[in-house]
Every structure is written in C-alpha cells, then in structure tokens.
Design a protein around this ligand. Structure first.
Ligand code: SF4
Length: 259
C-alpha cells in the first residue's frame, strides 16, 4: 500500500476487510488452540495459559480435566495435589489459588455453572476481559474479540488503530468488521502473529498480507530469509501461498512450537 496520502476511514475499513479475507485464506485451520470440551474447561485452560504456551497447557489439561470435572471439584480441591498437576505451566501457586477461588465463586454465585455474559464473567477470580471474550466466543458462540499480545501487535502494524489500551483496541477493531466475524477473526490474527508476523523478525517476504500492510519491511523481505521464519505445521503451505518454494522452509520450522 502507498503511505503518501492519509488513509480515509472508508479506505481503512476496506483494507481491514481485505486483510480479514486474506487471513481467512491464509489460515483455514485457525481455531482456539486451548483444548477444551466445555466452558469450565476453557476457563481453566485460559487461566493456566498466562505466561505459558498453549501447547504446554494442552499437555497438562487431559489429566487435570479427568480429575476435576466440576466447579465443586475445584472449590474443594486439595491444594498440594492441584499444584502438582499444573506445576509445568508455571506460576502454579497463583494459578492454583485462582482455580480454587474460581470454583468457589461459581458454586456460590452461579450454581456451579460458568455464566455466558461478559458482565458476569469479569467478576470471577482469574477471569479478565480477554479471558471472558475467549470463553464467550468459543464456549457460548457469542462473538468476541480477544486482544492478546499478538492481536495488539498486528493491528498496530497494520495501522488499523492507534489505540494502545486493549479495551479501546477491542472497540476500534470491532467497528471495522461484522460482529459475526469477531471470534474467528481473533483466531486468525493470533494464528498469523504466532506463525508469520512475529514480534521480533516478522516474515514479511513470506507474508500473504504484504500488499495490505504499511509495516512491510519490518522483517526480512528476501523470500529465502523470510521462509526460514515461518513456523508451525502449515509453514510449507504458507510459503507456497506467496509463491515461495516450500523446500526453503526448514524442517525444524514445521516442527517448531508456536509461541
Ligand atoms: S508484511 Fe510483515 S509486518 Fe506486515 S503483516 Fe506481514 S509479516 Fe507482519
């Protein structure tokens, strides 16, 4: 895109929609990367994901979810046992307190059920606005925008907003897209941030959004160098999508854990 003339609001909205469509094509596999089968499991997994990779959380949760099946189970948990189960996710003492407090609050105020409204969710221990939107979008089918560190970095690189406060970013980006698209848009943006548009050294030369992105050139633009920066099981497909020989993507990039 050219940056010589200031972009109009309409121009920005159109570019935002194009970015959205390109992301849909680029990441057909986008989804919530925290494994869960109900709202309580997602709430627990999201609490565990603070300062931890989703992959590590997913390694811990099968055993945890088999042992703790209800809010009452967390409310009455043996602290030492719970700490031991979630220890690999880090900050396990604080997280244990959050899980026990969450279980108690759900039992005391919501009959042991996770509520499906933002205003209720944010009153629960360990659940901030970001987590509440993840739960709404993925467990209740209520459209929600999840402003995590990847989302924040990417929408700023795309100059879709100048806001820096997560709640203001949520509203600004929400205004650019139909509400029904919010949850999947969030997944796709986060996927792009984890696999292509990294915090340090984004893979600009291997990015399907290059023509729509005012920050093109923040990372290497040479195809061979950029291809090496792609990550995840679809790294070779991502390279092919921009006409780069997939063989330029190293095997370790395909196997790499996304941040
Ligand atoms: S062109 Fe570069 S900065 Fe822009 S979205 Fe792609 S990787 Fe990120």
């Amino acid at each position: 895109m050219t940056t010589s003339t200031p972009e109009t609001d309409l121009g920005r909205t159109r570019r935002a929609r194009r970015i959205g469509r390109a992301l849909t094509e680029t990441h057909p596999d986008a989804h919530c990367e925290l494994d869960h089968s109900n709202a309580l499991e997602l709430a627990v997994a999201t609490i565990l994901s603070a300062q931890c990779t989703d992959k590590k959380v997913n390694e811990v949760t099968p055993k945890l979810f088999a042992r703790y099946r209800s809010a009452a189970d967390y409310a009455g948990a043996d602290r030492t046992e719970l700490e031991e189960l979630i220890r690999p996710t880090g900050f396990y003492r604080n997280k244990t307190s959050s899980l026990i407090n969450l279980g108690q609050a759900l039992c005391e105020r919501y009959d042991g059920e996770v509520p499906g409204k933002l205003a209720d969710l944010v009153t629960l221990p360990g659940i901030g606005r970001k987590t509440a939107n993840v739960i709404l979008g993925n467990a209740f089918g209520v459209p929600g925008i999840t402003v995590d560190t990847h989302f924040q970095r990417l929408v700023q690189r795309w100059r879709l907003t100048t806001e820096t406060d997560p709640v203001k970013i949520e509203h600004a980006i929400g205004a650019l897209y139909p509400k029904r698209d919010w949850t999947m848009l969030s997944h796709r943006i986060i996927f792009h941030g984890r696999r292509v548009c990294h915090a340090r050294k984004p893979a600009c030369g291997a990015c399907t959004l290059a023509k729509l992105c005012p920050s093109y050139g923040t990372g290497p633009t040479e195809p061979g160098a950029a291809a090496k920066l792609l990550k995840g099981p679809r790294a070779r497909d991502l390279a092919a999508a921009v006409g780069i020989d997939p063989d330029l993507v190293p095997q370790q990039a395909v196997a790499a854990e996304v941040p």
